[in-house]
Design a protein around this ligand. Structure first.
Ligand code: GLU
Length: 439
């Protein structure tokens, strides 16, 4: 039976509790989000009808800093999914060594069925609904599945409007706040309420590519630690969204042989298994022209499920959760899995993969590049700075190498697998921070 993502997240946590001496009361706190807000967002559709969309914002833990995490638009969003994703963000930020906690938001919607205007009204409506609990020092949203810098621009604009009108209303009552927000610098800081913004609204260079880039840095570290050469290692990537595409593109540029790619409509694998390879840029151009990667010249069409069972060395699920389960885990032939999606492997599948000696680089390390550069963006906004792209990438690389090294060390010392090492490292750090703060 496939469990919901929150049950999986709790099960992953249970598994490592054995290695950590955590008081029961503390453990009970981190098993649940601190707060989950459920909102109903009325949106005026283009035909004049008012439709109500359900959304959530889950704030799991803020012991290490403000809640941080993306907002996804997807028809399969559930409260439990958002809760799980917020918990994973807590561990991810701890592993990455950034001063944030974990949060996540989502709206139940198929954004592909909405016009641009409807999408904008939905994004703005969502912000109005969650505004009491977000802000640069409380909870900082970012893009996730089906959201991007344009969505962040609408959301930030709505947030700033809301803050300004709040201040205006309070003007006569609380004098000191006037000066606080009439200061230009403070208004700049409001931009830090969202990350993954367009560049001209305070976004950071390198943020769009950051998740994929971080994943490739992580893969390079793994290869180094395993003492193998990357020449002729074959890769299959599931997903051609922001994460999958940039991972594939960078891996290709660095000399890995990319043999399979997919999107929600299907997957492709090179016809020439011995020598063939895909150039992600060309595949993306084809996808933009035709609507899908399916049918790309020189490839065979396969299903997304078949892609996971291909005879490749490295498998990269970069789409959604729960794609490698107890049903197909035994059929995975790759010896390395890099989890670029959040939660793509279920706990039951994890056990099978472990038994088969497959190395799974967990999501909370592998895809942490996105939130790391979100932290850089936030820092630039708070300090009024603009960093060169080369500086962003250098600092991202240093953090990924450091995080990888910490987990590798924990893995060797405790004789556990990579995911367990990541959990042990992260949970220990969060619990220590909780003990140092007022509960
Ligand atoms: N949505 C991304 C993630 O799951 C990025 C979150 C962020 O930048 O806050 O890690």
């Amino acid at each position: 039976m496939i469990k919901n993502p929150f049950q999986n997240a709790q099960e992953q946590l249970n598994k490592v509790s054995f290695f950590l001496e955590i008081k029961k009361e503390l453990f009970n706190i981190i098993r649940e989000p601190q707060r989950v807000l459920e909102v109903n967002i009325p949106v005026k559709m283009d035909n004049g009808e008012i439709k109500i969309f359900k959304g959530y914002r889950s704030q799991h833990n803020c012991a290490l800093g403000p809640f941080k995490g993306g907002i996804r638009f997807h028809p399969n969003v559930t409260k439990e999914e958002v809760m799980a994703l917020s918990m994973w963000m807590t561990w991810k930020c701890a592993v990455a060594g950034i001063p944030f906690g974990g949060g996540k938001g989502g709206i139940i919607v198929n954004p592909k069925e909405l016009s641009l205007g409807e999408l904008e009204r939905l994004s703005r409506g969502y912000v109005r609904a969650i505004v009491p609990i977000i802000g640069p020092e409380t909870d900082i949203p970012a893009p996730d599945v089906n959201t991007n810098s344009q969505v962040m621009a609408w959301m930030l604009d709505e947030y700033i409007k809301n803050q300004k009108s709040k201040i205006k209303n309070q003007k006569s009552k609380i004098k000191y706040q006037i000066s606080k927000f009439e200061n230009q610098d403070d208004e700049e800081k409001l931009k830090a309420a969202f990350t993954g913004k367009p560049l001209d609204l305070g976004g950071s260079l390198g943020r769009t590519e950051a998740t994929g880039r971080g994943g490739v840095y992580c893969l390079n570290e793994l290869i180094k630690h395993l003492n193998i050469s990357k020449n002729d290692l074959t890769i299959a990537v599931q997903g051609m969204g922001n994460v999958g595409y940039y991972f594939a593109q960078l891996a290709y540029e660095q000399g890995y042989r990319l043999v399979a790619l997919s999107d929600s409509k299907g997957a492709i694998v090179v016809e020439d298994e011995k020598m063939g390879q895909l150039n992600p840029k060309e595949v993306m151009e084809y996808k933009e022209r035709t609507g899908s990667v399916v049918g790309f010249p020189g490839t065979k069409n396969i299903s997304n499920e078949e892609l996971l069972e291909l005879n490749v060395e490295i498998l990269v699920p970069a789409a959604l959760e729960n794609v490698i389960t107890e049903i197909n885990a035994g059929k995975v032939k790759a010896f390395i899995i890099i989890e670029m999606a959040n939660g793509p492997v279920t706990p039951e599948a994890d056990e099978i993969l472990n038994k088969n000696g497959i190395i799974v680089v967990p999501d909370i390390l592998a895809n942490s590049g996105g939130v790391i550069v979100s932290y850089f963006e936030w820092e630039q906004n708070m300090k009024g700075e603009k960093w060169e792209e080369s500086i962003v990438n250098e600092r991202l690389k240093a953090r990924m190498i450091n995080a990888f090294g910490n987990l590798w060390k924990t893995k060797e010392e405790k004789k556990v697998n990579f995911r367990e090492a990541a959990y042990i490292f992260a949970v220990d750090k969060v619990v220590k921070a909780m003990l140092n703060s007022k509960l």
